[in-house]
Ligand binder design. Structure first.
Ligand SMILES: CC(C)(COP(=O)(O)OP(=O)(O)OC[C@H]1O[C@@H](n2cnc3c(N)ncnc32)[C@H](O)[C@@H]1OP(=O)(O)O)[C@@H](O)C(=O)NCCC(=O)NCCS
Length: 458
């Protein structure tokens, strides 16, 4: 706690509670009114279809198909710049290469790089992988926090102060700033974690490993994070795959839409990306993967036989009844705002998760995940009104993967950010190239107009 403040400074006092009630009584809107004025809550209809707010060439998500003039749920598909994610993954895995750098190039520039262009692009990222002098000492080690998303956002905003042309929103300058952020995110997050871990536990040795130019982004993350710099080929490949699968997801997901909204005001690239990071931090967006892992830890403690279907189903029902884990009534890792029958990213991930669980001796846990993946949609379907179906989303397996990789939970959401900065950058550039108009949708006021009452008459 900061010095010089009263010990009740952070407490929720009766006065704060009273003001909260006042705030609620004047800000609660009758849910019927949303239907009356045809306001799409969450900017989506009940089938998960979003209100059309923009056009993009960066990616495409398919979750339903037209059959006899009717929209029906289908297996999910994801395309980066028109290429199916399944084919992208198959392509680099077949050639035993890392895929994140190639994917980033594709998202930013719209075409697959030749071998020569890919090599040059990797060298460019490596050039930008240099933090300003003393940045770790002066910024990252100061006021360390347990939330690396906060550390990342603060670091990004501080990079502004070290930039000679921070407010220059011309395209080449913004591209240069994006490349710098794509290159630096792993260092900012990993170093932020080292500073925090050492701060809370002085026995945790504080070490800073500088990234190696010849390593891929995924390898460098593991190289910087581990005290002995060691990792297996499978670990690096799976982390690379996670980065590819999290790199982009359309213009409508919460953080990419934030990117468009904030960029449309004409502000600088660092401010735009700090806002996107703040959106991703939320548990309904990037923060869900930690919740999945914590939920499974609780499940493992509370079920003696992990293969007993009835016991597992019983626990899932307790989750929905708000009687287990965080009592939020949710089975984390299940369901998606857009996908219905399946999330293609979860399907791809699952195949590799199995091999990693075998390498780590965690096949029992893997079986439990598979069982929950099978039972949860039935349990949710029986208990909630689902219009489009529920299936495992990417976060269902990513938390388990990061856990198997030995990543600290504090870095789960930042790994998502290290990947999604590629998509945000592509959206930022696309907004600047095409739109040029500030985003300003409508909100209908439902309050009656009234007279101002002078202070002595209230
Ligand atoms: C992602 C999520 C917010 C989408 O919610 P949504 O857009 O309302 O999805 P749907 O329209 O399919 O939901 C229909 C109903 O099923 C419920 N439902 C969906 N997924 C659920 C889950 N995992 N656990 C419990 N109930 C769920 C919804 O709350 C809704 O019921 P309600 O109308 O009574 O609120 C939701 O599935 C969720 O909270 N999942 C768990 C968190 C998570 O894994 N997030 C990561 C997403 S990548």
């Amino acid at each position: 706690m900061a010095k010089n403040v009263d010990e009740n400074f952070f407490a929720v006092t009766p006065e704060i509670l009273e003001l909260t009630d006042l705030c609620k009584s004047h800000s609660t809107i009758d849910p019927e009114l949303y239907a009356k004025y045809d306001v799409k809550r969450g900017l989506r209809d009940i089938n998960g279809k979003g209100v059309l707010t923009g056009l993009t060439e960066i990616s495409d998500i398919i979750s339903s198909k037209e059959v006899d003039g009717k929209s029906v749920p289908c297996e999910g598909e994801l395309y980066y710049r028109g290429i199916n994610i399944v084919d992208i993954v198959r392509g680099f895995i077949a050639e035993n290469r890392f895929g994140f750098e190639e994917t980033t190039y594709l998202l930013l520039f719209g075409e697959l790089p030749s071998a020569e262009k890919l090599e040059k692009f990797k060298q460019l990222l490596s050039k930008y992988r240099t933090l300003p002098t003393n940045f770790v000492r002066d910024i990252i080690m100061k006021a360390p926090t347990f939330d690396m998303m906060n550390t990342l956002a603060r670091s990004v905003l501080t990079l502004y102060a070290y930039d000679e042309r921070p407010n220059d929103t011309s395209l080449p300058n913004v591209l240069r700033q994006c490349l710098e952020m794509i290159a630096l995110f792993p260092q900012l997050a990993v170093y932020g974690y080292q500073a925090y871990a050492h701060n809370v536990d002085p026995n945790y040795s504080f070490f800073i490993h500088t990234p190696k130019p010849e390593l891929s982004v995924a390898e460098n993350i593991l190289y910087m994070l581990r005290i002995d710099n060691k990792y297996t080929a499978l670990e690096a490949r799976i982390l690379d795959l996670a980065l590819v699968l999290h790199a982009e997801h359309g213009g409508g997901n919460n953080s990419s839409f934030t990117t468009h909204v904030v960029a449309s005001s004409g502000t600088d690239a660092y401010s735009v990306i700090a806002a996107a990071l703040s959106s991703l931090k939320g548990p309904k967006h990037g923060g869900a993967n930690i919740k999945v892992m914590m939920m499974f830890e609780d499940m493992k403690k509370n079920i003696d036989d992990w293969e007993d279907e009835d016991k597992v189903a019983d626990y899932l029902n307790k989750l929905l009844n708000k009687e287990a884990f965080d009592r939020a009534g949710l089975i984390y890792g299940m369901g998606h705002a857009v996908y219905s029958l399946s999330d293609p990213r979860a399907n791809i991930f699952k195949k590799f998760v199995k091999s990693l669980s075998e390498e780590k001796g965690l096949t029992k846990e893997y079986k439990l995940y598979s069982l929950v993946e099978r039972l949860a949609p039935e349990v949710i379907g029986r208990r909630r009104k689902t219009y489009k179906g529920v299936s495992a989303n990417i976060d269902f397996y990513s938390g388990f993967v990061y856990h198997m990789l030995g990543l600290p939970p504090e870095l789960f959401t930042p790994v998502f950010a290290m990947a999604r900065i590629a998509g945000w950058s592509a959206h930022l550039l696309e907004e600047q190239i095409n739109v040029g108009k500030i985003i300003r949708p409508a909100y209908k006021s439902i309050s009656a107009h009234r007279e101002y009452v002078p202070l002595h008459e209230r």
